[in-house]
Write a protein that binds this ligand. Structure first.
Ligand SMILES: CC(C)(COP(=O)(O)OP(=O)(O)OC[C@H]1O[C@@H](n2cnc3c(N)ncnc32)[C@H](O)[C@@H]1OP(=O)(O)O)[C@@H](O)C(=O)NCCC(=O)NCCS
Length: 170
């Protein structure tokens, strides 16, 4: 999958815009359980709430994978700290292969933007950051699965169509 870099001037302008933006993109924190992270995921797929200890256990498992498993979230800093909610999220996990001389492949998963915050380029920002993480991790490609309706959105994020998805569900 291709993920072209923006031109240097465009990248600088994007960086300035991002600095001034009240919505900050950062890695998932344990406290995001209280900021609606699980409820946000339920806008993507079946996602019953987790108790605080269930959430903490899974968080610890994933955190142990370091930069091989990155969950980014978008948080709106224009609200008071105690009222902040997670508006968007996306995940990158890095698959280590024997192929390509021990190459790595990035997989983008679980991209969702809160219904009330769509159309503000949060999805674009999260996915571009995940692609950048994959590049920095040394991946030779980054891939994802989506429905045909979302091809145009992911094309805006720098992806091109390649192959087909197949699945066995249990
Ligand atoms: C798909 C989703 C993540 C997009 O997030 P978003 O923040 O609303 O999208 P953005 O504002 O960043 O859109 C970026 C560009 O993609 C386009 N776009 C967004 N959603 C699109 C869609 N469903 N189809 C076609 N183009 C789309 C936008 O028009 C925009 O283009 P523009 O800059 O030319 O106007 C969001 O709609 C969502 O969470 N949907 C439900 C969950 C889902 O389907 N997740 C993806 C799983 S693979």
């Amino acid at each position: 999958m291709a993920s072209p870099s923006p031109e240097p001037a465009a990248a600088a302008a994007a960086a300035v815009a991002e600095t001034n933006d009240p919505v900050h993109i950062r890695r998932l924190e344990l406290a995001d359980h209280e900021r609606g992270f699980v409820a946000l995921l339920s806008q993507l797929s079946t996602c019953p709430d987790l108790t605080a200890s269930e959430f903490a256990a899974r968080f610890a498992e994933l955190a142990a994978q370091g930069d091989d498993h990155v969950i980014l979230v978008a948080e709106d800093h224009s609200s008071a700290a105690t009222e902040r909610r997670i508006l968007a999220t996306g995940c990158l996990f890095v698959e280590r292969k024997f192929l390509r001389g021990g190459g790595k492949v990035g997989h983008v998963e679980d991209v969702v933007v809160d219904a009330a915050a769509r159309g503000r380029e949060l999805g674009l920002r999260v996915v571009r950051r995940l692609v950048e993480n994959a590049r920095e991790a040394g991946c030779y490609k980054v891939i994802l699965d989506c429905t045909p309706e979302l091809c145009a959105y992911y094309a805006k994020c720098g992806f091109v169509e390649k192959g087909v998805q197949m699945a066995v569900y249990f």
